[in-house]
Design a protein around this ligand. Structure first.
Ligand SMILES: [Zn+2]
Length: 374
């Protein structure tokens, strides 16, 4: 799995356990920079520096797999980067500690707890690694840093410039999305490019959305299904980064450009940007999840998707994911966790977005021979 296989995309990151998964996709930051938003240029620059730093810091998958992850009590630890670009600089809150004067710290702590507790109570998972690992978060990273990311070890949140984006720490969705990348890393560990990369982003969006719906006590019917709407600053108020219900409609303005997400396989993005469209083609899977949730309830759909995730693998395609999600549905029906009839509803949700794909030739990274028919 290690070696030159991943050359060409994100080479410094995805060959290792742990990708550099940023919340705001690179194409949006590039559009903001083109539109003259100075802080977007700064964020791109800081992202690049962070990626470079990760290169030397994250141990390879081979090294990590030989080591049992530290067993903790899934305690939360929030650090303040003090607007610098270092991690775990000053510990400002640990599990059970008192509330502090800084909202970013309190929010991050609470939202990490919401995520951890959802997985424990609803999905039976003990923290990110299912072995109770502690969850580490850095707040106030960089200066006016317009992004948030998971680097394979911890999550890091910028303050935003308060014009385009506001503090990333004030969004449960952002935090649950980034920690969702952690769940993916310790399960399917999808390679961060092309379809497997889009699956990585898709599952992170699923977890970001389901944890938020659970806490807000909303249903598939009344949830907004938007990703990132809470962090839009005054200039972009009313926009979002993605819409799971109607991919491609989250934003359309002079600063960000237009939401490029397709909602069907016929519009699949085949270009090289964004690691082969990891934040773009995820829209297709996102819509299928939304449609399944409307039929089955979000919590049931989340249980099915999470069960399937544990049986997927690093190079899995959309078709592989569909097959595993259908199998997971059948398994959960057998166990009495999901009502019979769900399989047909899941298949129908995928059919509406053109999955399973009948012909994947021409899609980067997916040989035609891998085609699955069922
Ligand atoms: Zn992501």
């Amino acid at each position: 799995m290690i070696g030159g296989k991943n050359m060409g995309y994100c080479t410094n990151i995805r060959t290792e356990r742990g990708c550099f998964c940023t919340f705001v996709p690179p194409y949006i930051l590039e559009n903001l920079a083109k539109a003259g938003v100075e802080d977007a240029t700064m964020t791109i620059h800081q992202d690049m520096l962070s990626r470079k730093e990760r290169e030397s810091e994250i141990p390879s998958i081979g090294i990590l797999m030989g080591v049992t992850p530290a067993t903790g009590r899934s305690s939360r630890h929030v650090y303040d980067s003090g607007n610098g670009m270092d991690y775990q600089v000053k510990l400002v809150m640990s599990e059970g500690g008192p509330v502090v004067a800084d909202d970013a710290v309190n929010n991050a702590y609470d939202y990490i707890g919401n995520f951890r507790d959802y997985f424990k109570t609803e999905l039976g998972r003990d923290s990110i690694d299912n072995k109770g690992m502690d969850i580490i978060c850095n707040v106030h990273f960089g200066v006016k840093y317009n992004n948030a990311f998971f680097n394979g070890k911890e999550i890091t949140l910028g303050d935003g410039d308060d014009v385009i984006f506001s503090s990333f720490a004030k969004s449960l969705e952002v935090i649950a999305h980034e920690l969702g990348h952690g769940i993916v890393q310790w399960t399917a560990d999808f390679e961060y490019r092309n379809q497997s990369g889009a699956l990585n982003e898709h599952f992170a969006d699923v977890f970001g959305s389901v944890v938020t719906q659970h806490i807000e006590k909303s249903t598939a019917e009344d949830a907004d299904w938007l990703i990132g709407d809470e962090i839009m600053g005054p200039k972009l108020y009313g926009e979002a980064l993605r819409c799971m219900a109607s991919p491609g409609t989250a934003f359309d303005n002079d600063l960000m450009g237009k939401d490029p997400q397709p909602d069907h396989m016929r519009d699949y993005y085949k270009g090289p940007n964004d690691n082969g469209g990891v934040h773009i083609n995820s829209g297709i899977m996102n819509r299928a999840f939304y449609l399944a949730s409307k039929e089955l309830g979000t919590n049931n759909a989340a249980l099915i998707w999470y069960t399937a995730l544990q049986n997927l693998w690093p190079t899995a395609s959309f078709n592989d994911a569909v097959a595993q999600i259908v199998r997971a549905t059948q398994l959960l029906i057998k166990r009495g966790r999901i009502k019979s009839g769900a399989t047909q509803k899941v298949r129908a949700a995928f059919k509406e977005v053109g999955l399973p794909a009948r012909d994947e030739s021409g899609i980067p990274g997916i040989p035609t021979a891998q085609l699955i028919q069922f």
